[in-house]
Design a protein around this ligand. Structure first.
Ligand code: PLZ
Length: 444
């Protein structure tokens, strides 16, 4: 699978001298608005390990934000992408099409929920896929309004900034934003005022009431939701919420869009997270895990909706690039061969058991949640007030990184530690990563 030894190894301070040198070059030439979580520069990566330019090896609990699900250099991805590179790098599908694009659309039709006729269009990034889902839904419904949710994240382009909930760092100072976007409550069980058990029905009633009274269902083109909210804090909408919204959409001729850019492609222990409650979305947006690290994104959905946009209305120079399509076919082949949904469920079992002990031991752990290999801890100053503990979260992430474990944070309040290991990570490394997390809590 990979030439990199699957072991953690620290041989210099973090960051080491070579990373520091590159950091100086970067500061001089890379725009300040582009941030990085880790102060080290990558040299190679594979399996569950990322090696930096100084030879330090980190256990990877980030997967480049849920992208390298099959590892950063999966054999089938490298093999197929390499062969495609040698054949041709680009023709532009809008000029002279090629088989790889069609083959990826066939895979998407087969793998996404529902047995209706499906079609897809391919793009470069998640944000671009979401933008196109909006275009397609508006064409189909001849309506304009788009409904999104508290804590939702959908990208950084102009339209998707408007769809994204959190101001800093995504939107601040970057307006004006696109019109006809409306935000309604989401079923955030841990923070629901009347408790998690009431959250699903109450939140869906509130959301539906707001849509009906403030927008008018007949004006709504699309409802867009992440079946597990990612950047907003790994929030699993309380049970019943997604089915209620999907039914409301169906009853009112609204296109129901599942944004599975982060949660899709085996990450949550199923091929797609919306399968958990049997949701069959009208459209589904995918990216990240689909192509093992190459830039590819898709909108997949009911054939009649996907065909609503006029011929030539959808596209882009690079959308469905042949090398990215070859990588996607390699990535999907790997997911099937290694049964990665099962691997994600095993990762959940191991992580949840160990994180439950952390919750017993430390009051700062307010909630442990997530599914598959999309697991998070929400940190609070005390369990009664649930005041977010953002500083402790940042300190814990830093302590883990210093000890050789790459972890990420997220959440509207910046108080969520999130874990997104590659699904091919070995159990020894997974447990060693969890040891480091335990040590970081002990050292708080
Ligand atoms: N929809 C659900 O998670 C990307 C963003 C990181 P792009 N999430 C990581 C950052 O700070 O930019 C994402 C997502 C969901 C859409 C997107 C956007 O995907 O490929 O980053 O455009």
């Amino acid at each position: 699978m990979t030439a990199i030894p699957q072991e953690r190894r620290l041989v210099t301070a973090v960051p080491g001298p070579k990373s520091l040198e590159l950091q100086a070059r970067r500061t001089a030439t890379v725009a300040g608005g582009v941030g990085s979580t880790m102060p080290v520069f990558a040299a190679r990566a594979g399996g569950g390990v990322l090696e930096d330019v100084d030879g330090n090896r980190f256990i990877d609990f980030g997967s480049g934000i849920a992208v390298t699900t099959v590892g950063a250099s999966a054999e089938a991805v490298v093999r197929r992408a390499t062969a495609q590179l040698a054949d041709f790098t680009h023709t532009c599908f809008m000029i002279t099409p090629y088989e790889g694009y069609v083959a990826v659309c066939e895979q998407l039709a087969e793998l996404t929920p529902g047995d209706h006729a499906k079609k897809s269009a391919l793009f470069n990034s998640g944000a671009e896929a979401v933008e196109n889902a909006v275009k397609i839904a508006r064409s189909y419904t001849k309506r304009q309004a788009v409904v999104v949710f508290d804590h939702g994240y959908h990208g950084r382009t102009n339209l998707t900034m408007a769809l994204t909930a959190k101001n800093m760092p995504y939107k601040n100072g970057f307006g004006p934003f696109a019109p006809e976007i409306y935000r309604v409550p989401v079923a955030y069980g841990y923070r629901w005022p009347t408790g998690p058990e009431n959250c699903g029905p109450e939140a869906s009633a509130q959301a539906i009431d707001q849509i009906s009274k403030q927008i008018g269902a007949e004006n709504v083109a699309a409802i867009i939701i992440e079946p597990v909210l990612g950047e907003g804090g790994f929030i699993e909408p309380a049970k019943g919420f997604l089915p209620a919204l999907a039914k409301f959409a169906k009853d009112n001729g609204i296109v129901f869009v599942a944004d599975e850019i982060q949660s899709g492609f085996c990450r949550t222990g199923q091929w797609f997270a919306c399968e958990d409650e049997g949701i069959v979305p009208d459209l589904i947006t995918t990216a990240k895990g689909i192509a093992g690290g190459l830039p590819l994104a898709a909108v997949t959905g009911r054939a009649e909706i996907m065909d609503a946009a006029h011929s030539g209305g959808l596209g882009g120079t690079y959308g469905g690039n042949p090398v990215a399509c070859a990588a996607a076919l390699g990535s999907i082949e790997t997911m099937r061969e290694l049964d990665l949904p099962a691997k994600a469920r095993r990762i959940e079992e191991i992580m949840k058991a160990r994180l439950a002990t952390l919750r017993e031991k430390y009051d700062i752990v307010g909630d442990v949640r997530g599914r598959g290999a999309m697991i998070a801890i929400e940190l609070v100053k005390d369990r009664e007030s649930k005041e977010p503990a953002a500083e402790a979260t940042a300190a814990l992430a830093k302590a883990c990184q210093q000890a050789g474990l790459l972890v990420l944070t997220c959440g509207t309040y910046g108080n969520v530690l999130r874990f997104l290991p590659p699904l091919v990570i070995g159990e020894d490394l997974l447990n060693e990563g969890l040891d480091i997390i335990e040590q970081a809590f002990a050292g708080l």
